[in-house]
Design a protein around this ligand. Structure first.
Ligand SMILES: NC(=O)c1ccc[n+]([C@@H]2O[C@H](COP(=O)([O-])OP(=O)(O)OC[C@H]3O[C@@H](n4cnc5c(N)ncnc54)[C@H](OP(=O)(O)O)[C@@H]3O)[C@@H](O)[C@H]2O)c1
Length: 298
C-alpha cells in the first residue's frame, strides 16, 4: 500500500507540460528574459502542479495522517514504523514523551510528531487531538495500541489495578476514538484498528480484569463499526497472542510450548496484520486473531 496515493497520469502530465510552456512563454514576453529567474520558474511549476493537475495535487497534499496510541514501544512502535515506510505521516502518542520522540526519530520520512498523553485521562485526550487537528489536519488512521496488564487471580486483584487496566485498555480506546472521529468523518478511507487480545476472546487464569477490558473492546469495536459505517469509517479489532514485547518480557519461556507454531510472534508480524485491516476497504466490524494458533488450544 502507498499512503501518499495516486501517480500522475500521462495525460495530466502532458496537459501540465503544455500549460507550463505557454505560461512560461507569456512571462518571458511580459517581463523580459533577464528578470525571469530560476526561482520564478520553480514557483510557477509548483503552482501549476498543485492547482491545475488533480493527480499531482493529491501527491502534494495527501500524505495520510496516522495516529498510533501506544506507539512508543512494542506493537505500536512496529505499526508506526511500517506506516511511515508506506508514506504515512505519523503522530506517536504515549505517556513518556521522550520514548515517543525516540520512536519518531527512528521513523522513515519527515514531519512525524511525538505527543505525550495518558489515554485514560479525558482532558489530556481532548487536548492532544485538538493539537493534532490544528497542527496536522484530519486523521485518516487511528491505531489503539496503548495497553497495560496487571495480572493476578481475581481474589488478589486490588481495585486500583482493576481501574488502571480498565481505564487504559477500554476507556482509553473509547476516548481516543471519540476524539478522533469528528476529523475522520472528513477523510476518505478512514479506518480504526483497536488492539484487543486472544485473552479477550478465550479468557485466561490470572487475567480476569485484562480479559474483561479486551472483551469490552470487542463489543465496542463492533458497535462503533455499525455507528460509523454509513460515514465510510471502518473499525476493526486485532487480537494478538504472545508477542515479544516489554509486556511479555517476564513470561517464562515454557509459554512458547502452548503455541502451535512453536514461538512468540514478533511486533512486526502484528503490524503487517494491522496494515491489512487499515487498507482493506471492504472489512469492518471484524476481529483478526494473530496468535500462531494459540487460541486453537485455549
Ligand atoms: N505483547 C503481547 O503479547 C500482547 C498480546 C495481546 C495483546 N496485546 C496488546 O497489544 C497492545 C500493545 O502491547 P505491547 O505488547 O506492545 O505493550 P508494551 O510494549 O508494553 O507497549 C505499550 C505501549 O502503550 C503505551 N501506554 C501504556 N499505557 C498508556 C497510557 N495510559 N496512555 C498512553 N499510552 C500508554 C506505552 O507507552 P508509555 O508507557 O510511555 O505510556 C507503550 O507505548 C496492548 O493493548 C496489549 O494489551 C499485547
Amino acid at each position: 500500500m502507498t499512503c501518499s496515493t495516486t501517480t500522475v497520469e500521462k495525460k495530466h502530465g502532458d496537459a501540465l507540460l503544455m500549460l507550463s510552456l505557454s505560461f512560461r512563454k507569456r512571462i518571458y514576453r511580459g517581463t523580459g528574459t533577464r528578470q525571469c529567474t530560476a526561482r520564478h520558474v520553480f514557483f510557477l511549476n509548483s503552482f501549476l502542479k498543485v492547482f491545475l493537475c488533480p493527480a499531482a495535487r493529491c501527491q502534494f497534499v495527501m500524505s495520510r495522517l496516522a495516529v498510533v496510541c501506544g506507539g512508543s514501544r512494542g506493537i505500536g512502535r512496529a505499526v508506526s514504523r511500517l506506516l511511515a515506510e508506506r508514506g504515512c505521516r505519523l503522530v506517536v502518542v504515549s505517556r513518556n514523551q521522550e520514548a515517543a520522540g525516540a520512536t519518531v526519530a527512528s521513523l522513515h520520512g519527515a514531519d512525524h510528531m511525538a505527543l505525550s498523553c495518558d489515554v485514560s485521562k479525558e482532558q489530556e485526550v481532548q487536548k492532544t487531538f485538538q493539537t493534532i487537528q490544528k497542527t496536522c489536519g484530519n486523521i485518516c488512521y487511528l491505531v489503539n495500541a496503548a495497553g497495560i496488564s496487571r495480572d493476578a487471580l481475581l481474589l488478589r486483584a486490588g481495585p486500583e489495578d482493576m481501574l488502571a487496566v480498565l481505564h487504559t485498555n477500554l476507556l482509553g480506546s473509547m476516548l481516543t476514538c471519540r476524539a478522533a472521529l469528528r476529523s475522520m468523518l472528513h477523510t476518505q478511507g478512514a479506518a480504526i484498528v483497536n488492539i484487543g487480545s486472544v485473552v479477550g476472546v478465550k479468557g485466561n487464569v490470572g487475567q480476569c480484569v485484562y480479559s474483561a477490558s479486551k472483551a469490552g473492546l470487542r463489543g465496542f469495536t463492533r458497535s462503533l463499526a455499525k455507528e460509523v459505517s454509513s460515514r465510510n469509517v471502518r473499525v476493526n479489532l486485532l487480537c494478538p497472542g504472545f508477542i515479544r514485547t516489554d509486556m511479555t518480557a517476564a513470561l517464562q519461556e515454557d509459554a512458547v510450548r502452548s503455541v502451535p507454531l512453536g514461538r512468540f510472534g514478533e511486533p512486526e508480524e502484528v503490524a503487517q496484520a494491522v496494515l491489512f485491516l487499515l487498507q482493506s476497504p471492504y472489512i469492518t466490524g471484524q476481529e483478526l486473531v494473530v496468535d500462531g494458533g494459540l487460541q486453537l488450544l485455549m
